[in-house]
Design a protein around this ligand. Structure first.
Ligand code: FES
Ligand code: FE2
Length: 341
């Protein structure tokens, strides 16, 4: 599945940029191949327009903000958050502004990020109940571009069979290649997948897990939010909850913006923000290296047989089934089927 070829994917919310990146002016972003410009309106709320001036097509992201409007840097034409042209500085004062606009898109702030939906959303922004809960702190861990497909990151998220191999340098144990099973419950937003796994607990993970035992267990209560968000909720026997939320925001067919937000029920004194960033950076770098080596044209067809014999890939199979149903229900284009079995 190439994301830009599936129009229904425009009907979901994606985390595109930390809100504070917009404090010093408009910024460009490409979402599903669509160049957009993000800026803050007069109330400080994020706005998203096509990144193209209707005068002579200059990128609006090269301009600046004026009282919550965006000004094109080429000749100063000015647009409001709905994309309506509100000022042409070359016109005499009494001359009316023509009815012209730049296309606008839905934009909202949530979890310290700007979220954008290009077309009418089929579902809301995923709920994270720990947001605003005083027992939890929120840490923006990563915001990075990867050369892979969003579906590749999602299938990897629920794939316990890669731990022993990809993560042998951090928490995986190469001598334990048999993955634990998931209990999976389908939901309207995707699925819940629960499992308990044993992991290595090297000294640089002691403060992450809250224990100095050489191995420990993680009770994982994970969620997949269609199409490209996941919640990885890890509870350690120490009582620490380490909840990672990711959005694999599709930039183009071979590029994603990886957003990672962490919620923890401990304090800076228990484990510093930098330790948490460094630990998860080491783990996610292992995933990145492998995922960037994969074909971004991830299949959604269910004819592939091999993985049906791998119980650990039941979440991946269910993910493909749900995505296939979504594409068939909303898209007219043909589903590509060119990955071998
Ligand atoms: S191209 Fe934008 S004002 Fe002329
Ligand atoms: Fe991984």
């Amino acid at each position: 599945m190439l994301a830009t070829k599936q129009p229904v994917l425009r009907r979901f919310w994606y985390a595109v940029m930390p809100l504070d990146h917009l404090k010093d002016g408009p910024k460009p972003f490409t979402l599903l191949g669509e160049p957009i410009v993000l800026f803050l309106d007069a109330k400080g709320e994020p706005a998203a327009l096509e990144d193209r001036c209707c005068h002579r097509t200059a990128k609006l992201s090269k301009g600046w903000c004026n009282n919550g409007n965006i000004v094109c840097g080429y000749h100063g034409w000015e647009y409001d958050r709905e994309g309506k042209l509100v000022m042409i500085p070359q016109f005499p004062f009494e001359q009316p502004i023509p009815d012209a606009r730049a296309r606008s898109f839905r934009a909202q702030a949530r979890y310290g990020y700007v979220w954008v939906a290009l077309d009418e959303p089929l579902s809301g922004i995923p709920e994270i109940s720990e947001e605003g809960d005083p027992r939890y702190r929120r840490i923006h861990q990563f915001y990075a571009k990867w050369n892979t497909a969003a579906l590749r990151l999602m299938e990897n998220s629920f794939d316990n069979a890669h731990f022993a191999f990809v993560h042998k340098g951090t928490f995986g144990d190469i001598n334990q290649p048999k993955p634990e099973k998931y209990e999976i419950v389908e939901t309207d937003y995707g699925f819940d997948a629960e499992t308990i796994i044993t992991i290595r607990n090297p000294p640089n993970a002691f403060r992450i897990s809250g224990t100095s035992d050489p191995t420990t267990r993680r009770h994982q209560r994970n969620k997949w939010f269609m199409p490209f968000c996941r919640r990885l909720d890890m509870e350690y026997p120490s009582g620490i909850r380490h909840i990672i939320f990711n959005c694999a925001t599709p930039v183009s067919d071979g590029e994603i913006q990886v957003v990672q937000i962490l919620f923890r029920n401990d304090t800076e004194a228990d484990c510093s923000t930098q330790e948490l960033i460094d630990w998860d950076a080491a783990i996610i770098a292992e995933d990145r290296d492998m995922l960037e080596s994969t074909d971004p044209d991830a299949i959604v067809d269910l004819s592939r047989k091999i993985e049906k014999h791998m119980p650990s890939d039941r979440p991946g199979m269910l993910m493909r089934k749900r995505l296939l149903e979504l594409l068939q229900a909303h898209n007219e284009c043909e589903i590509p089927r060119h990955e071998t079995t």
